[in-house]
Design a binder for this molecule. Sequence first.
Ligand code: NAD
Length: 353
Amino acid sequence: MKVAVFSTKAYDRQFLEAANSLTQLSTEETSTKQCLHELVFFEPRLSRDTAILAAGFPAVCVFVHDQVDASTLEILASQGTRLVVLRCAGFNNVDLQAAADLGITVVRVPAYSPYGVAEHAVGLILSLNRKIHRAYNRVREANFSLEGLLGFNLNGRTVGIIGTGKIGLILGQIMKGFGCQILAYDVYRNPELEKLGGKYVELPELFANSDIISLHCPLTPETHHLINAETIKQMKSKVMLINTSRGALIDTQAVIEGLKSRKIGSLGVDVYEQESELFFEDLSGEIIQDDVFQRLTTFPNVLITGHQAFFTEEALHNIAETTFANISDVEQGRPCPNEIRAQPEVEAKALVG
Ligand code: NAD
């Protein structure tokens, strides 16, 4: 199938092209390469303004910040596109109802990097606790003072995990290995977490007793601004907050106030509510207009990464493999297990990242 790939970076191209190549042995035992699908790579994000690039393509392949809203879908449909292929799990950027109305199929990659994301969360925890981000800069400037670098032992501390699906469970397993106690909150209990010794509690108990709180639930209307001025008040003094899920789980302004009052001891985030204006681009020569984000970067006890928790070789490989399996299923008229439709219960989980 001919596929217009939007928001392409060099790493996307590398992994997608590799997964798209089929190596075949000829009779002389010289190998030849054949491609599964015809890929055309575009750097811009898909939006109503760039949809014209997909004219004549039966499929478009998109990522988390592409705008697959009703107006974009109408343009795509009028140009012959019948398939939207998400190379990510979340589909909050796709108007599923509009796609259904226009006869456009939508497929995604439901899981690709649970270990990568959990391990990145642990990286944030370790760096913030032992101030490795600060120590790195100090040593490069021959400043070997230890003032301000005091950490604490993770052993014996309590980690509160909100959302104990694939990623939250792995984080629990890793933190258990450090000798931490695990408190958990989820709308469904995960027996695997309980087997680890993790204890499910209501949110107020988790907030009141956790030294570290890590968010691993999807963004839904129920979890929007789950961390806010009221819930921060319920937390332990000097709590460490980690968010590798979705930016809008946190009311950033409330967290800034919590950091200023020292109620929040440290903050590690891989996601940010307004990240689509910033992340995945080199803006080092630009004037950043987002004052809330800029304020966050001024705190010595805040560590921000730009939505890179998923970014491992294994994840990019898995994304590419599943993407082409999805396209081939649809092309050959097979049922695709990763098709998503506008259904109420699916909509409730629609904001997974
Ligand atoms: P998952 O679906 O396996 O687990 C999510 C869990 O959250 C489920 O157990 C679900 O029951 C629970 N949940 C749903 N609503 C809840 C609520 N109101 N309160 C508490 N828990 C609730 O998803 P996953 O693969 O573990 O992914 C977790 C999150 O990680 C995703 O939502 C996504 O936003 C984020 N993510 C981030 C990156 C990244 O690169 N930073 C990559 C992939 C996923």
